[in-house]
Write a protein that binds this ligand. Structure first.
Ligand code: TXA
Ligand code: MG
Length: 346
């Protein structure tokens, strides 16, 4: 299959320019689609064959369910059983936006989409290109993050172009994703919101709407053998470069910098990924800028992780952030990228 590119970055008439990509979706083909979080590998969520080809293109494990994207509330009733009061509140406040809600699915959703579960994760993205594409295709769109399984998610087209060359009918260029980390995934259990995957919509923001929030222990913790896993995606190796990575964090900035410099002394062939203002203090010339604010950091992380292996260093030393607000999502991704090789400096 030949991949065609659509540049939708400055486009005013999205409906027109996205028509061929929407047609490809209805014909069961795959499309690279921008969203406000990360790029998605999109297909008709109701077409088992099309969804199967997502799993093949990504090399994704068959027991890892896909998120189904809708453009408006009218698409929802057809897909899920009754919606609880708490879920409804979450939708009213956070949709459209980077929040995925796990709900009881109707039979119309094929089991390959939900990986055999009786639930499905639904999200209404706020990105205009994604919304118009769904509207034009007139079907809900299943879209995992656009990356080969195990690799960092794609937050711009340049990072993922090669991974999907010839595997998709269209790639839509929507520029750099606004957020850079995947959506927050939640499920209501016994009237409490459980965060299965942290994201831009934070636990603190959700708690303001629904009261107490439970952060699933696998958000920061490793999965032990035979444990029950509420979100299958957490089981798999994620985001990790081939290069060994170490995550280091301390509230005392000077101590953290000192520790990282000791690591560099022990192994001069190290790369440091740190906050912009800290970089001058590191005694190596191999440095990458993490950004300064949590928003900048979340935007940069996946592209930075993709760069690590190009440096051919023995180790990448990565500064962590506080595990609060958006910081929880950043640390969730970095812990996995470092395969839990984490030092907290007290
Ligand atoms: O921001 C996002 O959510 C992006 C964009 C493209 O929308 N999509 C995304 O999809 O990150 P994916 O497939 O890379 O991650 C989906 C996560 C996985 O960890 C999966 O296990 C979990 O959501 N998930 C999906 N359906 C679920 C379900 N029914 N129950 C529990 N977890 C579910
Ligand atoms: Mg993913």
């Amino acid at each position: 299959m030949k991949t065609k590119q659509i540049d939708a970055r400055e486009e005013k008439d999205l409906a027109k320019i996205l028509k061929p990509a929407a047609k490809a979706i209805t014909e069961g083909k795959l499309v690279l689609m921008p969203t406000e979080t990360v790029y998605g590998l999109a297909a008709n969520a109701l077409d088992s064959q099309a969804v199967k080809s997502i799993f093949i293109a990504k090399g994704r494990a068959q027991d890892n369910p896909l998120i189904v994207h809708i453009a408006d509330f009218s698409m929802l009733d057809n897909l899920v059983e009754e919606i609880g009061e708490i879920e409804q509140k979450l939708m009213n406040v956070f949709w459209p936006g980077p929040l995925t809600i796990i709900l009881k699915k109707k039979d119309i959703i094929p089991s390959v989409t939900s990986a055999g579960l009786d639930t499905v994760g639904i999200r209404m993205p706020s990105n205009q290109i994604a919304r118009v594409l769904i509207q034009q295709a007139k079907v809900p769109i299943a879209a995992p993050s656009a990356n080969i399984s195990g690799r960092p998610s794609g937050t711009n087209l340049a990072d993922i172009r090669q991974e999907f060359e010839g595997k998709v009918a269209y790639r839509i260029d929507g520029g750099e994703c606004d957020i850079g980390l995947e959506s927050t995934v939640v499920r209501v259990i016994d009237k409490k919101v459980h965060i299965l995957r942290p994201g831009k919509i934070t636990a603190e923001q959700i708690a303001k709407v629904t009261g107490d929030v439970v952060i699933d222990k696998h958000v920061l913790g490793k999965i032990e053998k035979d444990e029950i896993i509420r979100s299958p995606g957490m089981k798999y190796r994620h985001y990790a470069p081939k290069t060994k990575c170490m995550l280091i964090y301390g509230t005392d900035k000077e101590k953290m910098i000192k520790y990282i410099n000791q690591q560099i002394q022990a192994n001069p062939n190290s790369l440091v990924i740190g906050r912009k203002e800290n970089l001058p203090y590191y005694q190596t010339d191999k440095k990458l800028e993490l950004g300064t604010t949590l928003e900048e950091i979340s935007k940069n992380i996946f592209t930075l992780l993709r760069k690590v292996d190009t440096y051919q260093v023995d180790i990448a030393l990565i500064e962590g952030v506080e595990k609060q607000g958006l910081g929880l999502a950043i640390m969730n991704r970095l812990l996995r990228a470092c395969e839990y090789n984490y030092i907290e400096i007290l």
